[in-house]
Every structure is written in C-alpha cells, then in structure tokens.
Design a protein around this ligand. Sequence first.
Ligand code: G3P
Ligand code: CA
Length: 246
Amino acid sequence: MTLIFAHRGAAGTYPENTMDAFIAAEKSNADGIELDVQLSKDGEIVVIHDETVNRTTNGKGFVKDYLLKDLQKLNASYQSKSLKTLFKAPHIPSLREVFEWMKTNNLLCNIELKTGKIEYPLIEEKVIQLIREYHYEERIIISSFNHYSIIHCYRLAPEVEIAPLYSDGLFMPWIYASSIHAKAIHPNYKIAPDDIITSAMEYGIQVRPYTVNKEKDINRLLKLSCSAIITDFPEEAIQLRNAYTK
Ligand code: G3P
Ligand code: CA
C-alpha cells in the first residue's frame, strides 16, 4: 500500500509546518508527516521551511538570528492571505514540541534537514539525540538535499533511516542510495518516471516522490504501488487511495 505523507503537515489547507497542519494531517488519517528543520540562535531545532522568517511569518530576518522564545512570538500563518485570515497566530513549533505531540499518535515523521544554505553547528547531532531521547528510531526518516548531512546522520545513528532528496536526473538512484546506506529515495515526482520507481523498488529501495498534488499524478503512483507519496493534500490523497484499493 502506498503510504501518504502530509507535506509540511497538510500544507495545502493549513499554515505549513505548524501544529495546526500536523494535527490536520493526523485527522485526515495520513500515515506520516513531512517537516523542515533549522536551528535558532540558541541552538534549538525549529520547524520552518525557509532560512528566514520573511515568507511564512510576520517577522523579518534569519531564523538563526532569533532566540526560540522570540521565534515563537511570531505568527506563522503568513504564507498566504487566506491562511492569515483564517488562522489565529499559529506559532513556529520546536521539533521537541512535535515529538511530544507524536506521543499521542503513531504517525511516521520525515524530518528534512535544511542544511543546503546555512551551516548549522551540530544540527545532525541534535536531531539524532532528540530521536534517541524519544525512542523514535522506527518512526523517523531523515532526508535532505544535502547528502553529506544524511550520511553524517547515518554515521551517528545507523538505526535511523536516511533518504536522499533530489530534483534532477540521477543515474540509477537505487545504486547510489544503497551505496550511502539509504533505504529510500525522495525524488521530485517530475523526475521519477515509472521505470525508475519500479527498478528502485525491485532493488529494495523505497521511493517517496514529492510534492504530488494533482489527482492524475497521485493516481499514477498509486497504480505503481509506489512506496509513499508526499503531498500537500493528504485528505484527498487518502480518498484516492481508498477508491483505488476498493
Ligand atoms: O521532502 C520533500 C520536499 O519537502 C522537498 O522540498 O522545498 O518542499 O522542502 P521542499
Ligand atoms: Ca521539505
């Protein structure tokens, strides 16, 4: 069965990477959530997509220049006018807050390390330490476009699954994945044709394309029994999966 991961939570209808979005994903019966992490000035792991707070909040500046307590005073619903109107000042969660909430459910969680632009000191160590503290080794997948970051995580904690993200053509990605001890690949769905998905899965590498929002694209992946899809609209994806498996 194709698992459904809610991208930045149910980001198509809720403020991305907020508790509202994650709770909505759980309510839609998604199998997992995807979220993005950066580090605050005081070295706390915070859940936000961009390196700055400019797009998604009412603040300005780099995440790395804010203390956690100040980041959490910002309103994290600013990515669209309609969300800003509908939601009353959701805050930027810490990863710890998300992990506390995960005690109340069985969701999987794909943590994307946003280490492509800014070098966050010890972010990999901090994420691994928190996963171990909560004993979530079986529930977490760590991904990143920065493959050095996920390889570093594997070296720190081989028991935690890693998966490379990529958005350009990669030749025989299943060979590359297994060479870095990844059990899955997370390609942009546009560069994941059927034969790549099938070959990877036959080789024993799971495939979780992102960000798959259109019905025809979701149906293509369901038809292939693709391992998982990452979507902004988990509720719709689950309805399509239900219809497909009837
Ligand atoms: O993890 C898949 C996807 O989230 C990667 O792209 O920019 O939405 O973080 P982005
Ligand atoms: Ca992401």
